[in-house]
Design a protein around this ligand. Structure first.
Ligand code: ADP
Ligand code: ZN
Length: 727
């Protein structure tokens, strides 16, 4: 039953036509009462066929027949049912909610039925038509002049009665055909596989010969990981198997899409948010029908309806977009691993900056590790220069740019190259920093930085809820340039315009990007060299290949260091590496200027030297010493409701249950408390949380139980594991 409710999360039996296949979508009568030999008060609902059997334990008269079978072919692949059970028990969601993941929402809601069209044509010209059936005669005459005609249009023209009567006696043939929307108009350029470098050949050999299921490619930016992925896919296709290729949504740039289409043509189906509902639907059916064998897309493409998978690839595996923000809050990597095990296929993760969890798995031998240390053609990685912004302030420079960055910008523009200016606006406005000495306000209990809350004019720790007074002077140096809030992209552009009046500058952030292809347009303009400097936030950090960019300026490298998040060190390292990777990819060697208030910070040191391993070892030590993941589990139980009193009451119940657990397993708990969520209300819903840090995953199942038990119609309780965002 396609009803995601725990009370009807069961299997129901119906009688069915002989040829019904498992995986089909159906309409069935549901509910109602059995009175006097017939049912009354029933509704018709959607459901999935999850099994067909000859016998039933119910008496035949109590079994209702299926009303309608939707698709010619079953929509769900058999694998779904095995995954359904595992997803439903792992993330504690109704089975129907787990199954829904495997169907695009466009399809479930029946919005794009017009994907099928009916056509009418004459079959038997000698069919007998009664004298008084004038309309029928007209239809026959008309059809002989046009050969074939849209069934709906024909009915509108002559009346459905006449058309259907003709069809019934076999005079007409009505054919149902799928209409294919072509999301990718225009010619597809030819592109053939590149001759692999020695390192790439080794990587592929290692993946093919390893017994392990999961493979991690740790390769510096520009080391040719993409080519490895494409050739791994091509090999599996040649073996008659299929493939899934996942990238962060933001990396599905026009460049990337055209490269993929050029390589795989119709064999690839691309599922991304830029497609219309109808296009998505068609691409999905091309995969389901076996016409396309490669699914390419963001997170949700992991549920692509492919059978016989040969390889699953997750590019930029560290990216936080791989964790779903809505229920079920699945981890893409976990689902990918389940599918890989089911299909006996390989799962390949790739990144220049793997998450410490993944690298830890590789270092300890659970994953097969492949390391690529050089860029293709041995192009050097760009040199990273550090600008100490404390000195700039002392020198009286109050602009957003250090002297060094200004000089480098000047050189770049004079030589006709392009520059990218990156600023880290997210979180910036809420961190409190002393501009004289670089001091950052941190929590005494948790050793993460504090977040400024303007409505209460105080500082808060997102991990324990502690509150601190807003600072007026720096406790370290006594300076009064204590600031929160940073430079916005707008102000940076204004400063740049003043410094370089002749330069063409474009800005890319949430304010300038509108519409589904807004950011493609801006990037395209920059790629065409219609501007010299691109100013942007996180959006410009990933995946883009601009050959003329030889300078990257990172205005506030350390700001993400102070996010109130245990992963902020990791995030900062990733960000610097990714952004720097945009510089000097072709032709001339690139440079990066990194501005910071704390140049001595070890994370920056590792990043400047491209020392991932050093960073990793250090980070693991810190996590171990402070008991943060992967050495613990952070679990947030969210309680949200429009009714504040109900939310509070539920929060108490959840907290009470968690306390009971703590009594039974005192050693498992590092921290347990309840509080308002940092953002107290979203879309009219009041938000509270029970926050805990646990030594292991041992109690997770019981915590899910608590969440399910306390959820009611008007109050939602859900679990977040190691949430990327504690707002
Ligand atoms: P990564 O994904 O590791 O950042 P890319 O796949 O983008 O690296 O490769 C960097 C550049 O090298 C791209 O322009 C790509 O076309 C090119 N390239 C990759 N492999 C080869 C190869 N075997 N021969 C020639 N050029 C290659
Ligand atoms: Zn704290």
């Amino acid at each position: 039953m396609d009803i995601a409710h725990s009370q009807v999360d069961k299997i129901f039996e119906y009688s069915c036509p002989d040829n019904l296949q498992v995986g089909s979508r159906v309409k069935v009568p549901f509910g109602g009462k059995f009175i006097n030999g017939r049912f009354a008060g029933e509704k018709v609902v959607d459901g999935f066929v999850i099994g067909v059997s000859e016998k039933s334990a119910f008496p035949p008269e109590k079994i209702k027949p299926i009303k309608e079978v939707f698709d010619e072919a079953p929509a769900l692949v058999t694998e779904c049912f095995s995954l359904m059970e595992r997803i439903s028990s792992r993330y504690r969601v109704p089975k129907a909610a787990a199954l829904r993941l495997f169907l695009p929402s466009e399809m479930r809601l029946g919005k794009v039925r017009e994907a099928f069209k009916k056509y009418a044509k004459v079959r038997d010209i000698s069919a007998v038509i009664p004298k008084n059936a004038k309309k029928q005669r007209e239809v026959m005459d008309f059809l002989q002049t046009v050969d074939e005609y849209d069934y709906t249009a024909l009915c509108n023209k002559f009346g459905a009665g006449a058309v259907n009567a003709l069809a019934e006696k076999g005079a007409l043939e009505i054919e149902k055909r799928q209409i294919q929307r072509k999301p990718f108009g225009g010619e597809i350029a030819e592109e053939s596989a590149k001759t692999l470098t020695y390192a790439q050949v080794n990587a592929i050999d290692s993946i093919e010969n390893s017994e392990k299921t999961v493979h991690l490619i740790h390769g510096v930016t520009g080391s040719g990981k993409t080519e490895i992925y494409l050739q791994l896919i091509a090999r599996e296709i040649a073996r008659g198997r299929t493939a899934i290729f996942l990238v962060p949504e933001i990396s599905l740039t026009p460049q990337m899409l055209s490269q993929l289409r050029a390589r795989f043509k119709g064999e690839a189906a691309i599922l991304h948010s830029g497609l219309s509902a109808g296009e998505k639907f068609d691409e999905w059916w091309r995969l389901r029908s076996g016409e396309a064998k490669i699914a390419i897309g963001a997170r949700s493409a992991i549920f692509a309806p492919l059978e016989n998978l040969g390889v699953i690839i997750i590019d930029e595996e560290h990216d936080s977009s791989y964790v779903s923000e809505t229920a079920p809050r699945y981890s893409t990597q976990e689902i990918a691993q389940l599918r890989a095990e089911y299909n006996g296929c390989k799962l390949v993760l790739g990144s220049a900056t793997p998450s410490v969890e993944s690298y830890g798995n590789a270092a300890e031998g659970r994953f097969n590790l492949i390391t690529l240390t050089e860029r293709i053609n041995k192009k050097p990685l760009p040199e990273i220069i550090i600008s100490d912004m404390r000195k700039e302030v002392k020198r009286g420079n109050n602009t957003a740019f250090s002297l060094a960055l200004r000089e480098e910008l000047d050189k770049t523009l004079k030589s006709g190259n392009q520059a990218i200016i990156f600023l880290n606006r997210r979180g910036y406005s809420q961190t409190v920093i002393c501009r004289d000495c670089g001091y950052v306000a941190r929590c005494e209990n948790c050793d993460v930085s504090l977040t400024y809350h303007s409505e209460e004019n105080c500082l808060k720790c997102h991990y324990c809820g502690a509150r601190y007074k807003m600072l007026t002077a720096c406790p370290d140096c006594g300076g009064v340039h204590v600031r929160y809030g940073g430079t916005g992209t707008q102000r940076v552009v204004a400063d740049l315009n003043a410094l370089f009046p002749d330069a063409g500058i474009i800005r890319m952030d949430n304010d300038t990007v509108s519409g589904k292809d807004g950011h493609y347009k801006i990037l395209h303009k920059f790629a065409q060299k219609q501007a010299d400097i691109l100013v942007g936030t996180q959006m410009i950090a990933k995946g883009h290949d601009f050959p003329a960019v030889t300078l990257v300026g990172i205005l506030d490298a350390d700001m993400s260091l102070h996010f109130s998040d245990y992963r902020s060190g990791e995030r900062t390292f990733q960000l610097i590496t990714q952004v720097s990777g945009r510089s000097g990819r072709a032709g001339e060697a690139g440079k990066v200027v990194l501005q910071t208030y704390c140049p001595e910070n070890y994370i920056l040191r590792y990043a400047v030297n491209y020392d991932y391993l050093g960073f990793f070892k250090n980070e693991m030590q810190v996590r171990k010493a402070t008991l943060f993941p992967p050495y613990s589990l952070i679990c947030r139980v969210m309680v949200t409701s429009e009714n504040d009193a109900l939310a509070l009451e539920t929060l108490k119940a959840v907290y009470f249950a968690a306390e009971e657990l703590k009594k039974n397993y005192p050693d498992e708990f590092i921290f347990l408390n309840r509080m308002h969520s940092p953002i107290k209300k979203i879309q009219k819903k009041h938000r509270y949380q029970v926050l805990m840090r646990l030594k292991s995953y041992k109690l997770l199942k019981q915590l899910y139980d608590i969440a399910v038990k306390n959820t009611s119609n008007n109050c939602l309780v859900y679990i977040e594991e190691n949430p990327a965002n504690l707002s």
